[in-house]
Design a protein around this ligand. Structure first.
Ligand code: LHQ
Length: 262
C-alpha cells in the first residue's frame, strides 16, 4: 500500500470525484497513482449509483505526466512501450469506453500525458491560470495518452504539429478558443462549476448520455452511412429506456423529469 492516497475518491450526488494527489510532484504519475486512478474508473464503470466522474488534481498542478524520476534512463534504459501498454493505454481506454460522462477540471499545469488525459475526457474545464504543454518533445519522446490521435482531430494538423514539436505552453484561454477544451473558468470558481456540471450530468438520462458519447466517438472512424445506421440503432436502444419514458411523460405533464439512469 502507498504511504499516501495517490488518488482521493469521494462520491456525492451520483458523482465520483477522483483527485490526483501527489501535489509535491504536480501530480505526476507513478505506478501507485496509475493503479488507483484505474481502480477509480473501474468503480465508476461497475457501480450503478455513480452516474458521472469528475477528475481533478490537488495543489497547484493538474498533472505533470509521467514521474520522470521513476523512468530515469541513468538507472538503465526503461522499456517505455511496456509502461504505455501497462498503464497509460488501459486508462485511456477506460475513460473513452466508460458509458457515463467524465468531466475534467484542470486546476493548474497539465503537461505530457497529463494534458492528453484532460483532452480525452468528455467535458474539460480549465482554471484561467492553467496551461497545457506537450512536454514530450523536450525529453525526446512522442505524445502519448492518445495525443497524436486527439490533437489533430480537435485542432487540425497544423496546430497539433506545432504544439507537439515545440512543446510551447498553451494558455487555457487559447485551448478553449481552439476547441481543445470546453471552457475556461476563474480559478476560484473552477471546482464549484465543474461539480455543478458533473452533478447535472449525474442526474441526467445516463443510458442516453452514454450512447451519445459512444456515437460521437464512433464518428471519428465511421462514414456518414455507418453513422446513420448507428444513430438508428442507438435511438432504438435509448427509446426502450425508462428515462425516455420519464423524459417524455415529464414534458407532456409540464414537470421536471426525475431520471433514474436506466
Ligand atoms: C516532477 C515532474 C515529473 C517528476 C514536475 N516527474 N517530478 C509515458 C511513459 C513513460 C515515460 C515517459 O513519459 C510518458 C508520458 C509523459 O507524460 S512524458 C512527459 C513527462 N512530463 C514532463 O516532461 C513535464 C516535466 N515537468 C515540467 O516540465 C515542469 O515541472 C512543469 C512545466 C510541468 C511545471 O513547471 P513549474 O511550475 O516550474 O514546477 P516545477 O518544475 O518546479 O515542479 C514542481 C515540482 O514537481 C518539482 O519538484 P521539486 O522537488 O524540485 O520541488 C519537480 O521536479 C516536480 N515535477 N513534473 N513529470
Amino acid at each position: 500500500m502507498p504511504a499516501i492516497d495517490t488518488v482521493l475518491e469521494d462520491v456525492s450526488h451520483g458523482v465520483l470525484r477522483l483527485t490526483l494527489n501527489r501535489p509535491d510532484k504536480l501530480n505526476a504519475f507513478n505506478e501507485d497513482m496509475h493503479l488507483a486512478l484505474r481502480a477509480g474508473f473501474e468503480r465508476a464503470r461497475d457501480e450503478a449509483e455513480i452516474r458521472a466522474v469528475l477528475l481533478t488534481g490537488s495543489g497547484r498542478g493538474f498533472c505533470a505526466g509521467q514521474d520522470l524520476g521513476d523512468r530515469d534512463p541513468r538507472n538503465g534504459t526503461p522499456d517505455l512501450g511496456h509502461t504505455i501498454e501497462t498503464y497509460y493505454n488501459p486508462l485511456l481506454r477506460l475513460i473513452r469506453m466508460l458509458e457515463k460522462p467524465v468531466v475534467c477540471a484542470v486546476n493548474g499545469v497539465a503537461a505530457g500525458a497529463g494534458a492528453n488525459i484532460a483532452f480525452a475526457c468528455d467535458i474539460t474545464l480549465a482554471a484561467r491560470s492553467s496551461r497545457f504543454i506537450q512536454a514530450f518533445a523536450k525529453i525526446g519522446l512522442v505524445p502519448d495518452s492518445g495525443g497524436t490521435w486527439s490533437l489533430p482531430r480537435l485542432i487540425g494538423e497544423a496546430r497539433a504539429k506545432a504544439l507537439a514539436l515545440t512543446a510551447e505552453p498553451l494558455s487555457a484561454e487559447k485551448a478553449a478558443d481552439w476547441g481543445l477544451i470546453w471552457k475556461v473558468v476563474d480559478d476560484q470558481q473552477l471546482l464549484d462549476e465543474a461539480t455543478k456540471l458533473a452533478q447535472q450530468l449525474a442526474s441526467g438520462p445516463t443510458k442516453g448520455l452514454g450512447l451519445t458519447k459512444r456515437a460521437i466517438q464512433a464518428a471519428a472512424t465511421n462514414s456518414l452511412d455507418q453513422q446513420l445506421d448507428l444513430e438508428r440503432d442507438f435511438q432504438r436502444e435509448a427509446g426502450h429506456s425508462a428515462d425516455y419514458a420519464e423524459g417524455v411523460s415529464a414534458f407532456l405533464e409540464k414537470r421536471t423529469p426525475e431520471f433514474k439512469g436506466q
